[in-house]
Design a protein around this ligand. Sequence first.
Ligand code: FES
Ligand code: FES
Length: 152
Amino acid sequence: MKISFKLNGKRVIVDTDPMKRLLDVLREDFNLTGTKEGCGKGECGACSVIVDGKIVNSCLFPVCQAEGCEITTIEGLSDGEKLHPIQKAFIEAGAVQCGFCTPGMVLATKVLLDKKKNPTDEEIKEALSGNLCRCTGYVKIIEAVKKVRRKK
Ligand code: FES
Ligand code: FES
């Protein structure tokens, strides 16, 4: 089945099994390997991407549901070599260790800050609650989000 959507700002068409997971389509058909697979069950947020302004677990999202949607992956955030301010803040705050959770964390932060320029600490925790990190203990991740908040 041919499925058409906007991916990181460009209109794309993929001819594939409509039930193939968006996660696999991104990684295998588009070589966008920044989107990671952790649990594969909708629990860790490693596979998070933005679909029509909302954070979505791409491991649970059949690609047929992407028809006509606008999808942003971590690769769509930077401007060529120039990192997005959220990515810079994660580096500056030391919020990246193994980095496996980081693309999902960064995208969840983007969705939050697009909706709310100045979220409270509670709102930051709530927005990132679907994204698990096994390395950092979250303190530095929350500090990174606050850094971006301060710059706005
Ligand atoms: S891999 Fe999708 S939520 Fe864990
Ligand atoms: S940095 Fe390793 S899982 Fe978050």
